[in-house]
Structure formats: C-alpha cells, structure tokens
Design a binder for this molecule. Sequence first.
Ligand code: PLP
Length: 546
Amino acid sequence: MSVEKCTKSIDLSHHLSELSKARITSPLKGLQKYFSQPGILALAGGLPSPAYFPVSDVSANVLVPESFALAPTESSTSFSWLWKLFSSHNSTKENTQGITIPKYSAIDGDINLASSLQYGAAVAEGQLQIYLKHFISEVYRPAFEDWTVLINTGNTDGWARAVATLCNPGEGVLCEEWTYPSAMASMLPANIKPVPVAMDGLGMKSDALENLLSQWDPVSRQMSRPHVMYIVPVGQNPSGSTMSVARKKEIYDVCVKYDVIIVEDDPYYFLQLGTYVFKDDRSPGVTSSGRQSADESRQYVSTLTPSFLNFDHEGRVIRLDTFSKTVAPGSRLGWFTCNPLFAERLERHGETTTQAPCGFGQAVIAKILMHWTYDGYIRWLRGLRTEYQQRRDFFIDCLAEEFHLQAVPAIAGVWQGCTVYRASSKVKKSPSTTEKYPGRNRTMFSFVPPVAGMFVWMKLHLDQHPSFTPGDEDTLETKLWTKLAENGVLFGPGWMFAANAMSKDSVSTDAGHFRVSFSNAEFPDLKKAVTIYGRVIREFFEEENL
Ligand SMILES: Cc1ncc(COP(=O)(O)O)c(C=O)c1O
C-alpha cells in the first residue's frame, strides 16, 4: 500500500456505539463557542469571577531541556558500581529556570490563570492546542488531512472514552494476547470482552489477526466480528515488544480489509531505547550541551518508529498520547489524535464527565512546553530516552552478573524472531547434593532485552522445576512470586497480564511470567533486587516438595 496524497478521513460513523450516538451536546457547554467571542457580555454561565480565585500566580522552577545527557557517559558504560551509587539523581545539582503564570496576562492569548482555572471547553487551552497540532504534524505526520486533537486526562481516560464511543455491550475488542490489565478492566464491566491475538517478538501477529477475522464465526463465538482494536505498539506492556513499520502496515491493511478501528495506546513512544549491548561491548556516545537545533530535532524524530497515524489514509486510527511518562503521571494530561467525527463524540463524552483536564495541570504543562519550545521538548525527550536506556542496561547487566545468560534465537512463540537470553544459575552446587536436573544448565527463566519502554518480561521455565506437573504453572508462578514478595522484592505477576485474565471464562495457556519494571528504583535497589531474585529463584528451583 502506498499513500501519495493526503486526503480526508472516510465516513466511519457506523462504528459509533448506541451510547455515543445518543449523546447530545451538554446544553450549557453548547454556549461555549460564544464565550470566546471578543466583546461578548457573557451572563449565561455559572462562572465564578476570577477575582475570587485564591491564586494570583503560579511559579515553578523548571529543569532545562538539556538536563540529561544525550548518550550514556563513559563511566556508566564501564559499569562502575561506585559511579552508579554516587550519580544518583538526588546528588546532582538541578539546572532550572523560572516560569510564572499570572492570573491576568498583558498579552492577549498568553497562558493565564483567569482563563486556565475557569470553566472551559473540553478541547484544550488555545496555546496548548496550537502546540500539540504542531507537535503531531512534525512527529507523527498523519496521512489523512482532517485529523484533529482533543485533550483528555491521560490514556486511561482516553481508552475508557474510546470504548464507550465505539463499543456496545456484548462486543469484543481485539488486543494482544498479553496486555495492559487496566485497559481490560475498563471494558469488562460493560460486557465488552477482550479477543486476544497471538504475538511474536514484534507484538501482534498480522497473520494471526487475518486468520482470526477471516474465520470469525459469530455463532460459535457468540459475538459479532470485532470492529475495534486496542494495541500498545511500542515498549508493549507487559512484553516489552516494539512493532516494526512493516508489521504496523500489515496490521493496518488487515484492519482496512475487515473495517476495524485501531486505538493506538502509545505511552512509551519516546522511550525507544535501542538494542541492548553487553557492557563490555558498549562504547560511550557523544553528547552535546548546547541548545538543540531544528535540524537535530528533525533528524532525531526520523529515527523513531512511525505511529499508525503515519500511514492511516482513512482516519481509522485513534491515537492516545500522554504526558504521564514524559512529564509526570500526576499531571493527568494526554490527548487524542483522530478524525473529527470521533473527536466530536469523544468531546461530548468528556464534557459530561471530566469536563476538561485540571486547569492547573494544563496551564503548567502548556507553559513549560512554550518555555522549552518544540526543539527544547524534543531535546528533553532525547535525554529521558538515554536515562531509561541506562536503567535498562544496568538492570540487564545486573542479571548478567547474577546469572549465566545464554543467547539463543527464538524460533516460535511470543519472542519469535528475537534473541532470547536463557538464565541459569552461576552458583555451583555442593557435590553432596543429588538432584534431578544439574543446576548450572537448568534454565530458570528467559527474557528478551526490550528495545523500548520500562519493562523486562521474564518467562519462567517452570517445567524445569523438580515438582512440576503440566497444568501446574499458575500455582508455581504464584509460589515463586509470593516467596519473592516475602523476601522484599515485588515483581508484576504474569497471570495479571493475560488478555482474558479477568474474564470469567479465563483459560491460561502459557502461564509463568513476571513483569519487571526498571524505570523507578534507584540503581543500588535494582542491584539488590536482582541479588535477592537470584537467591530466591535458585532455592525455588532446588525444592523438591513445595
Ligand atoms: C499501556 C498503558 N496505557 C496507559 C497507561 C496509563 O496512562 P495514563 O497515565 O496516561 O492514564 C499505562 C501506564 O502504565 C500503560 O502502560
């Protein structure tokens, strides 16, 4: 499929749910467009006077966009344990600049509290709208002409609204076989069920999707063919997989063929970390400390894997972006990029639920973005990427210290096409111990270093456990997870991330995983957690009777 010319989105109104079709404009919100008319004497709304807002300005010290290096430093690549200990963020002096948001601004249109803290349209502050539109056109470059942007309170809100706008009770939603549990939890109470699609090392498989849709039997499935897909294509939660452009295009084409709307939940888009390289083979990169130029921004953005929007010539993608992983989750701010019909329906939903995201959050984030400028924000995102890359590298270096890792190509299953690291014990057993499996060679778990996101997805080789019997995976996973928790280490239990984990008819076929996040703990704690994990999992695999 090639796209020559940017055209308008096609009519996709048949995808709207009954609930969404029934939504009317909130009567008072319908007056909103008049409020912004110059000179209007607005006496219609229940608006408090800004004179009574108790905050006369908001000031913040904001990190400069160049706060984090663009490449790991030499000391970090050589795995200096002391360096890791002493370079903790707390000890680094932060380089900040002050911003202030006044209650009333001297320049028309500038961000000010009198309007940010007032009731407003559920769309976005004027300047934030303009900024996001510019950002989207530079970074995602949608392939259809009439895309629009609507803010929300983050991707959780975005997905919940998308479900209500598109799905009727009794319908199913296509999703990866391992997926983000909160997304499933938001649709299940409305009797909207996950329809898992098999994955490999690049995420959802396009051939599996095609087979599923082409052979769909509504009678045996007791459900009409799904017309909505939920997908996390970059740094997938929990598997860590990242989809190639070619795979995205294949998935997109299948969705066009079967008329499926793609909801692209992409919080880890800017955490594209690159391939993990063993510490001995790593070389320090080059970093620059000056302001980032427009050319550098363009060059960097071109290295990022494109969004589905980039080849969505029909307007069937609803993209969810969030500031949760790039600014702060507590800001509760994100946005939809989608066709105007869906945006209008999503807005109608928003105006009777959250109304608009919190004015403080919107004003502060908008002000930071204006202050940084587009190039500054891209520079910030590049620095964040490097920070998380170092965390990932450090965590995997710790695993390599603690375990014997053997690299093998995966020929089937969820990691097909990737190099998998199989972890066995480095600890030699005392000769007096007799055991069914020689400790050194027994694979206890395996993983693929993620190229994006915040998670390492570990597959436990529970069939190597002395007391394993087929069908026992869930029990063994829970036992090991509990032992770890009792020893002070909390991993995400794998069963939670099975697409149908919360359905009443849940059948777990491939149990035995942990999702481990390297994004938040300090380096010494990551090291400590891996050491404890090493001890606990070795003991676990040596126990005959659990
Ligand atoms: C795939 C996915 N979607 C959504 C979210 C939540 O995003 P937000 O904070 O924007 O609601 C997360 C957070 O972990 C996530 O991993």
